[in-house]
Design a protein around this ligand. Structure first.
Ligand SMILES: [Zn+2]
Length: 63
């Protein structure tokens, strides 16, 4: 199970963030507990790479 390098949490979340002053959006994978960014992807990247990271991080959503 991957762990956050900062707080050792094993829960992560995905958010979509804008880069200031541009139309570029990134999908950001960050720690659920402390918001440390683990990885991010250009929004135009193909979904295969994203799904791969998604699987590796075993992202959980708050229910
Ligand atoms: Zn953390």
């Amino acid at each position: 199970m991957p762990k956050c390098t900062k707080c050792q949490s094993t829960s992560f979340k995905m958010t979509i963030e804008n880069v200031n002053g541009s139309n570029i959006k990134f999908r950001v994978i960050s720690c659920y507990s402390c918001d440390t960014v683990v990885s991010f992807l250009d929004f135009t990247n193909n979904s295969i790479a994203f799904d791969d990271i998604y699987d590796k991080l075993a992202i959980r959503r708050r229910s």
